[in-house]
Design a protein around this ligand. Structure first.
Ligand SMILES: NC(=O)c1ccc[n+]([C@@H]2O[C@H](COP(=O)([O-])OP(=O)(O)OC[C@H]3O[C@@H](n4cnc5c(N)ncnc54)[C@H](OP(=O)(O)O)[C@@H]3O)[C@@H](O)[C@H]2O)c1
Length: 345
């Protein structure tokens, strides 16, 4: 393993950010040197306190991007609810690598112009921008890797099928349309827009499989609450949306070749009562066909459910720092593993 620790700044300490901080602190090759806070009341407070840890870390949060640049970190872990391209550009052109979970895979869903701006900024700064998470992110890589046994592939499908009640990011759910009546005008577009990054993930997979897609389609059905739900972090009234079943389909010659499906439900009373697989189901139809289930089993005492999203980002840092300048996608990186975290390693 390389000896020099990489200097890391954590950008926001929400659900995912808190898990990322824990991983950075525990990683032998990483050093937390700074933290950006979006909420004004978090500025000046210690990261340990912001993350709900027992101990202080000696790193205060700031909302001054100049102060972040002055730290000259090797990498920013960029994990805000809503991305700000101007901030990302400033980090990149200052020579700071960015690993993001903020809806970044290829960057196309940010719009062509912003995608180009980010690529140019990264090249100017001689650094890379990489987006990941569990899904999109690692789940797509699992789907790609599953095809390696095939000599013919007719369809690759990755389905995330979970009771997501523990994912306590109310704004995420509200943005998609949860807690709204199912006949709310514009719901399809709203859900599609909020989840557009999955279209990027379909395109990334297509590029990795050397397939040219004719189009990518989005279909969604919603489930509604059969009773009033109080999830602690948000309330969902009876008759409003508490779940969805959606699929992004990459089409070639009228056939769906790459499918990214989501089945999410919140609470314990949804109509229709779609059963979940509690994991990621990967299916490859071809010669041979494959079916695999990737189930993340959290320890009973674990409270930070951002861990599955945060760790594919933290574990990719060294590869991203070493990558050629510009935007980088999962299929262009070396294998990302939990190196550094192996017990006794
Ligand atoms: N690919 C994946 O697998 C995956 C999975 C889950 C989430 N995500 C993405 O990862 C990111 C973080 O998710 P999360 O669950 O940690 O979200 P979150 O807890 O709801 O919010 C993260 C942080 O964003 C900041 N924030 C809140 N409102 C904001 C706004 N309007 N503009 C800019 N920043 C704002 C806050 O920072 P402060 O704490 O500093 O106030 C908040 O703590 C999101 O972009 C989410 O979409 C990706």
């Amino acid at each position: 393993m390389a000896s020099k620790k990489l200097r890391i700044v954590q950008w926001t300490t929400g659900l995912v950010g808190r898990s990322a901080v824990r991983a950075v602190l525990d990683h032998p090759e990483l050093e937390l040197v700074g933290c950006y806070a979006w909420s004004p009341d978090k500025v000046g407070r210690d990261v340990g306190e912001l993350c709900g840890f027992d101990e202080k870390i000696g790193v205060p949060a700031t909302n001054d991007i100049e102060a972040i640049l002055a730290l000259r970190p090797d990498c920013v872990l960029y994990m805000p609810l809503q991305w700000v391209v101007d901030d990302m550009v400033r980090l990149l052109e200052a020579g700071i690598n960015v690993v993001s979970t903020a809806n970044f895979i290829t960057g196309k869903s940010y719009g062509e112009q912003d995608m180009r701006r980010l690529d140019e900024a990264a090249r100017r700064g001689g650094v890379s921008l990489y987006g990941t998470g569990i899904n999109p992110g690692l789940a797509n890589v699992l789907g790609l890797v599953a095809t390696a046994v095939c000599r013919r592939v007719d369809r690759v499908s990755v389905l995330e099928s979970v009771d997501a009640t523990a994912y306590a990011s109310a704004q995420t759910w509200l943005d998609i349309g949860f807690a709204s009546p199912p006949d709310t005008p514009g719901l399809y577009e709203r859900a599609k827009t909020r989840m557009l990054v999955f279209l990027d993930a379909v395109e990334m997979m297509a590029a990795a499989l050397a397939v040219e897609l004719d189009e990518v389609r989005f279909d969604v059905d919603f489930g509604v609450a059969k009773k009033d739900l109080d999830l602690g972090y948000m309330k969902i009234a009876k008759g409003t949306i508490c779940g969805l079943k959606s699929v992004w389909s990459g089409i070639v010659a009228g056939k769906s070749v790459i499918e990214l499906g989501l089945l999410w439900r919140l609470g314990d009373a949804m109509d229709p009562d779609w059963p979940t697989e509690e994991g990621y189901v990967i299916e490859v139809d071809g010669v041979p066909s494959v079916r695999a289930r990737y189930a993340i089993q959290y320890p009973a005492n674990l409270t930070d459910f951002g861990v599955a999203t945060a760790n594919p980002a933290v574990n990719a840092i060294r590869a991203v720092v070493a990558a050629p300048p510009g935007l980088v996608t999962a299929d262009r990186l070396p294998l990302v593993t939990a190196a550094g975290f192996v017990a006794g390693g």
